[in-house]
Design a protein around this ligand. Structure first.
Ligand code: LMR
Length: 433
């Protein structure tokens, strides 16, 4: 059956992680993937998540909860809290019950379900994606049957700033009903976001031209350390009446990488429309693909995300949000602890940016944009978009065993202080070649 199958090249991000693991060099540095590391270079299980694990384990041991299947749409409490986290307390869509939220297999699963829904239910044929975007976006959209077109985002003249005029002009020229992907915050790979004012302008543009906004929110809390500030783009669109689709990942913000916890939210015109969208996505997209999402990570997330479960209203469709057999109640203290840990992670990444920029200047490495490496400090989220070319990146990997994606994206979240000088020296040497 498989004679005609040709091997394809490894994934541009995950393939590098495998190559790094196989690299036998005594000194090597993996800055290829967006995964948080401590100052010691180790993966971090958040203390708030450890506490959530403890509560869940004890509830399991006492028989208060079990390991039955979740419903197709996922855990009701998690869905409610997740929607509230991104749309906020003032959301009209949540107050009016017109947001259809499904728990998904992390951010990739959320974008995948959204893509399938846009293609099969909303008749979309094309999606407009920023140039550049996360390497997996194109694969997800094409495999859902959408044609992928780019719109201007990065200013290719500098390589390190936003081309807002180009972006606005490109989006203004799209036909009504066009679907546009936006990164809610901490754009991956560039680490460059529109300003608050520019988001307001985009929201008005989308409302005026009837564009469909698909937000990918994989880094809420990482851009500024503040969960609300990092959701301002999505909230501005909702307030402008755009009816956004918002995809969420808890891989980075809760450090639940391998638990595959995320959500997709379809803001609709009415409660009836939200019920119809939820039931159709459940029956025609999720059930045939994987039946229902994973339970354990949703419980952990629901623990940490619960500021005050009493104030949470039920999402469209599905069961009551707080079923005692499923849910160990979270509390305000754990939520506050998590927010503090998130700020700590965001601060650590920022500290690495400052240290690296200082080290590059001290080495006398010429910044590819002609500046003084200020962009490494100014960009936000997990990544620095260094401006290094693919051949610089290849040379860094082959000669210095420093791993970046070939677009010059460097994971500052994976950097440790002990590697700063080595990396700065390696960058200087490849720039001098
Ligand atoms: C990244 O961009 O490095 C992360 O989102 C991990 C991934 O799956 O690509």
């Amino acid at each position: 059956a498989w004679q005609g199958t040709q091997a394809v090249p490894a994934d541009p991000i995950l393939g590098l992680v495998a190559a790094f693991k196989a690299d036998a060099a005594p000194r090597k540095v993996n800055l290829a993937q967006g995964a948080f590391r401590t100052d010691e270079g180790l993966p971090l299980v958040l203390p708030s998540v450890v506490e959530a694990e403890r509560r869940v384990s004890s509830a399991l041991a006492s028989g208060a909860i079990d390991k039955e299947y979740l419903p197709i749409e996922g855990d009701a409490t998690f869905r409610t809290l997740s929607a509230k986290l991104i749309f906020g307390d003032e959301s009209a869509a949540l107050a009016e019950g017109r947001c259809a939220t499904l728990q998904t297999l992390s951010g990739t699963g959320a974008v995948s379900v959204a893509a399938a829904a846009l293609c099969r239910m909303a008749g979309a044929r094309t999606i407009h994606v920023p140039d550049p975007s996360w390497g997996n976006h194109g694969h997800i959209f094409r495999s859902a049957g959408l044609e992928v077109q780019n719109y201007a985002y990065l200013d290719h003249r500098t390589g390190t700033t936003l081309d807002f005029d180009g972006m606005r002009a490109a989006l203004s020229g799209l036909p009504r009903g066009s679907v546009v992907l936006l990164h809610a915050c901490a754009h991956n790979p560039t680490g460059i976001d529109p300003s608050g004012e520019q988001w307001q302008e985009l929201a008005a543009l989308f409302a005026g031209r009837g564009l469909v906004a698909l937000f990918d929110s994989a880094y809420q809390g990482y851009a500024s350390g503040d969960l609300d500030a990092d959701a301002a783009s999505v909230r501005a669109f909702e307030a402008a009446g755009v009816l956004p689709v918002a995809c969420q990942s808890y891989a980075k913000s809760l450090g639940l990488y391998g638990e595959r916890i995320g959500a997709v939210n379809f803001v609709c015109a009415s409660r009836e429309e939200a019920e119809a969208v939820l039931s159709t996505v459940k029956q025609t997209i999720v059930r045939p693909a994987y039946s229902s999402p994973p339970l354990h990570g949703a419980r952990l997330a629901a623990e940490a995300l619960a500021p005050s479960t009493a104030s949470v209203s039920a999402p469209a469709g599905g069961s009551t949000p707080l079923s005692p057999r499923r849910q160990v109640l979270g509390d305000a203290a754990l939520f506050a602890q998590w927010r503090g840990e998130l700020r700590g992670m965001a601060n650590r990444v920022h500290r690495m940016r400052v240290l690296l920029a200082d080290a590059l200047r001290a080495e006398g490495a010429p910044s590819p944009d002609g500046g003084d490496w200020g962009h490494v400090v100014d960009q936000i989220g997990m990544f620095a978009y260094t401006g290094l070319s693919a051949s610089h990146v290849d040379s860094l990997r082959e000669r210095r065993h420093v791993y970046l994606t070939r677009d010059g994206r460097m994971s500052m979240a994976a950097m440790k202080p002990a590697d700063i000088e080595y990396v700065a020296r390696a960058v200087r040497s490849v720039l001098a070649e």
